[in-house]
Design a protein around this ligand. Structure first.
Ligand code: DX5
Ligand code: ZN
Length: 220
């Protein structure tokens, strides 16, 4: 089973962001994963819609925006305007999740919901039929370069089974955090369809093309 590779720019060299994203596109990644952090929902502050707008000019790849922010409804229009192909909000940050998912879809953007490691799958029960994607956080959000939480693999498999049984096999399972060449195949076998990879792509040690080729070898 194959999967798409979404390169997270969080660990890219921000002094050369356009070049880094172009190298990732050249190397054959499928999506650019844009980690937006507000310094409140997560203990880190990254960037806003202006960077997404600049990325839109730097690549033709889909921009996969991950909003790790409280009150994402305030930022969704600006990221849609900036050209986001998908916008994922955190379950734990939304008071009116159905309204927020509807807001994303009404703007012509694919809606996703992300679950932190300790947030149970059952919280998705009412919203699942309205989603294009579920993002399973396999690290505690806020930083790149963390270790994959091993309990994530069974969570992915249980979600894949639930989607199959509910006639929702079209819903993507995106997994985010700590994904490397040595765990990618296991994550895909569990049912993930999109793998977010940050530091294993933009490590700064080997060229991006080499990193992506090493990852791809395990993508099936
Ligand atoms: C963490 C972000 C992830 C992270 C992935 O909060 O959501 O997208 O950048 O980076 P790695 O692959 O280095 O764990
Ligand atoms: Zn992310």
């Amino acid at each position: 089973m194959s999967a798409r590779l979404a390169a997270s720019i969080l660990t890219a060299d921000f002094a050369r962001l356009g070049e880094e994203v172009a190298a990732a596109e050249q190397a054959g990644v499928d999506w650019i994963h844009v980690d937006v952090m507000d310094g409140q929902f997560v203990p880190n502050l990254s960037f806003g819609p202006l960077v997404a707008k600049a990325l839109r000019r730097a690549t033709s790849l889909p921009l996969d925006v991950h909003l790790m922010v409280y009150q994402p409804e305030n930022l969704i229009p600006a990221f849609a305007e900036a050209g986001a192909a998908s916008i994922t909000v955190q379950m734990e940050a939304c008071t009116h999740l159905q309204r927020t998912v509807q807001q994303i879809r009404d703007l012509g953007v694919r809606p996703g919901v992300a679950l932190n490691p300790s947030t149970p799958l059952i919280t998705l029960e009412e919203i699942l039929p309205e989603l294009d994607m579920v993002l399973i956080m396999s690290v505690n959000p806020g930083f790149g370069g963390q270790g994959y939480l091993p309990g994530s693999t069974s969570k992915i498999a249980r979600l894949r089974r639930w989607l199959q049984e509910s006639g929702l096999a079209h819903v993507d399972i995106e997994v985010d955090g700590g994904i490397k060449a040595d765990n990618a195949a296991t994550i895909i076998a569990a049912g993930a369809t999109v793998l977010v990879v940050g530091s294993a792509v933009f490590s700064g040690i080997a060229p991006v093309a080499e990193n992506v080729a090493r990852l791809r070898a395990h993508f099936g």
